[in-house]
Write a protein that binds this ligand. Structure first.
Ligand code: GLV
Length: 366
């Protein structure tokens, strides 16, 4: 680019301090936090950060680009986004921001849309590609954190942890009973996974650690070597539903996966089975799930995501056998910080005319 390179700044020491404060100071995490930041040429560009993010990412951007930071937990409305995007070259956005064709048309100076999430169904990627706009996401760094939460929901829904805690807090624990709040064993059970990407594989590894038989379905079957290494078996959708004691969803939301699990699929599952969703809400027909939980078609569900977030289907809220959390699968401070810094790096690379490390529409550069 012929532009002067800025000296590579050290990572702020509070990134390391945060690891210690939150007890996440594993040697690997501390080593990563000490790694020097990559260098990017200083470019005279202007970037909108749509919502509050971790400070480390703002520090990473500052001095390299002009930052218009909406340092608030409130999302900008469509209209506010449109107004703030005027004259900007990039936007660092979150899954609560809807970036569609009309917004991109209203902001023709935007060259890079950097999403702080692995999923990018909030962005019309085809429209971005048509307009020559780079779209990036944050894969990899959140895999294990997300898989941990999926497994927590498997254990929590299977062993009725939410219900048990509510029971205790309500002062109902007056005597121990042989059949008090009995659930379903995870150890040695059959785990069915839909979507065998990075997160699906990480959940499979946890399942194998719990001596589970792991079946999976995915339109793209893994190689035999990969299946053997993971200890997993490919099966048709119907067979996974029929045999699994726990079904965990790890597919991206696409037109093909919308309502992948509906009334018919729930009926195909065992009455003792548990459904876990940490992918995207619309992958499950929430009304059908609430009916199935109430009717005992399946035993329980563990849900991190919902069809119309932050709304939760009112019938689900009445289901004692639904263990529900507010879209926190990747929510460890260390992982969320890394996701924010990664989004900033993707943005700077894209604006500098480089190929961003996590581009989702590489064809835009062809
Ligand atoms: C969170 O849901 C993500 O896609 O990163």
């Amino acid at each position: 680019m012929g532009l002067p390179m800025r000296p590579s700044p050290r990572k702020p020491s509070f990134a390391i301090l945060r690891l210690y404060r939150t007890g996440q100071n594993t040697p690997d995490a501390v080593r990563r936090a000490r790694e020097p930041m990559r260098e990017y040429p200083s470019v005279p560009h202007s970037v909108l950060v749509s919502k509050h993010i971790y400070r480390e990412a703002i520090d990473h951007l500052a001095g390299r680009v002009a930052v218009d930071y909406n340092d608030s937990d409130e999302s900008l409305s469509g209209e506010q986004l449109r107004a703030r995007l005027g004259g900007k070259h990039g936007v660092i956005c979150q899954l609560t921001d809807h970036i569609d064709a009309s917004l991109l048309d209203a902001a023709p100076s935007v060259r890079v849309v950097s999403n702080i999430a692995v999923g990018f169904d909030n962005i019309d990627v085809a429209a971005a590609t048509e307009r020559g706009v780079i779209v990036t996401n944050t894969p990899g760094v959140l895999t294990d954190t997300t898989a941990d939460l999926a497994f927590a929901l498997i254990l929590g829904a299977g062993r009725r942890i939410g219900e048990s805690e509510r029971y205790l807090r309500a002062g109902r624990y007056r005597q121990w009973r042989i059949d008090l709040l009995t659930g379903w064993d995870v150890w040695g059970a059959t785990l069915g996974i839909f979507g065998m990407g990075r997160i699906g594989q990480a959940v499979a590894r946890r399942g194998r650690g719990f001596n589970m038989r792991v079946l999976y379905h995915d339109p793209f079957r893994l190689s035999e070597d990969a299946e053997r290494a993971l200890g997993i078996e490919f099966a048709p959708k119907g067979a996974v539903l029929k045999q699994a004691d726990f079904v965990s969803l790890h597919c991206a939301l696409t037109p093909e996966t919308r309502h992948l699990i509906g009334a018919a699929e729930l009926r195909a599952m065992k009455p003792t089975s548990v459904l876990v969703n940490t992918s995207r809400g619309p992958v499950v027909d929430e009304a059908a799930l609430a009916d199935a939980l109430q009717a005992g078609t399946i035993a329980a569900a563990g849900l991190d995501v919902f069809e119309r977030e932050p709304e939760v289907h009112p019938k689900l809220l009445q289901c004692e056998n639904a263990l529900m959390v507010p879209h926190i699968a990747s929510a460890s401070a260390a992982t969320r910080t890394r996701m924010c810094v990664m989004a900033a790096e993707n943005m700077l690379a894209g604006l500098a005319g480089e190929r961003p490390p996590d581009i989702v529409n590489p064809e835009v550069l062809d």
